[in-house]
Design a protein around this ligand. Sequence first.
Ligand SMILES: C[S@@+](CC[C@H](N)C(=O)[O-])C[C@H]1O[C@@H](n2cnc3c(N)ncnc32)[C@H](O)[C@@H]1O
Length: 371
Amino acid sequence: MNFFDQWLERLRSRRDRLVADPRFQRWALKNPFTRPLARRGARAGLDLAAGFVYSQVLVACVQLKLLDALRDGPLGVDALAPRLALSEAATRRLLEAAASLNLIERRGGGYGLGLLGAAFAGNRAALMIVEHQPLLYADLTDPVALLRQEKRGRLADYWPYSDGDTPETLSAQQVAPYSAFMAATQPMVAQEALDAFDISRHRRVLDIGGGEGVFLTAAAARAPHLQLALFDLPAVAARAKVRLEEAGLLARTEIHGGDFLNDALPEGADVATLIRIVHDHDDASALKLLRNVRKALAPGATLLIIEGMSGVKGAEPLDAYYGFYTLAMGRGEPRRVEEIEALLRESGFGKFRLLRNALPMLASILVAEAV
Ligand SMILES: C[S@@+](CC[C@H](N)C(=O)[O-])C[C@H]1O[C@@H](n2cnc3c(N)ncnc32)[C@H](O)[C@@H]1O
């Protein structure tokens, strides 16, 4: 540490000691000049402590389809109670809780969708993510046990490839829940990526861990000449075949089933994509995957890493959310852009570019070139 850093650290330590002192906290709340700041701090503390309850209020609203019920306009407790199959008292309690979180708003003598409620109501993928959350919440009831790896998370069963040595043997039944969930949430990621990256300049795209082909379908719509290739576990590749056939894209697409860590990947693509894949892996298997991808690409080919990345402005809470999500899942971690670049460099990629995109909270897009 240089002199300036030492001085700054002393200052910060003094501040921390002061703010931790209950007498200072009382003084800051009484003093009219410091009161707004003290109140903001107290509110931030309450939000952190109560965040789990807020999330459960949201889950209840989504499970009971309250937001759907309000889509056509405000309704009162008497009209809502039978639709939610709750007593009037319970309905009122839920509505007041949701209104206090600005998820809905009190109006017209009843309750209507506010800005946040309307945004949720119109976003099927976001609603599916909320409905998926109770699995994670069950695992988080004892976060310390999870951190000490004293228990196996339920999410590990939901993502069966995350702790098995032979993921390529997973059955259709085992992959169905996560695969359908990924397919339902993929369109918003695809739109984000394809708005930031012009895929129409490419000839052939290979989507590795491409799920049911939802990204390829979106890419095909933007670039009618683009040839498509998908690689995923055999049971997922079979689901992709059905979906791509329904989309009328089978003639343009090559579908491969296998293990992307151990099997050779199809060659010939001038752009490859890894979407929501690298953060599922620890460093050793991420390196193995990236080296395998590099082998399939000619020098000069492009690789896109598309996933939520730590430290990117606008994606700050990701370390908490995805850090604990991957902990419960049993594998992987969110990484900083520099950390992904280091893995890519070791695997034979260079010329990195982080694209600007609208919603880094959803995904960032890192472009690399095979060197
Ligand atoms: C988190 S999902 C992402 C799917 C898709 N890219 C998306 O964003 O919707 C991870 C994908 O990687 C696939 N996968 C996991 N391990 C694999 C392996 N060893 N070989 C091939 N695919 C694998 C899974 O089947 C799944 O489709």
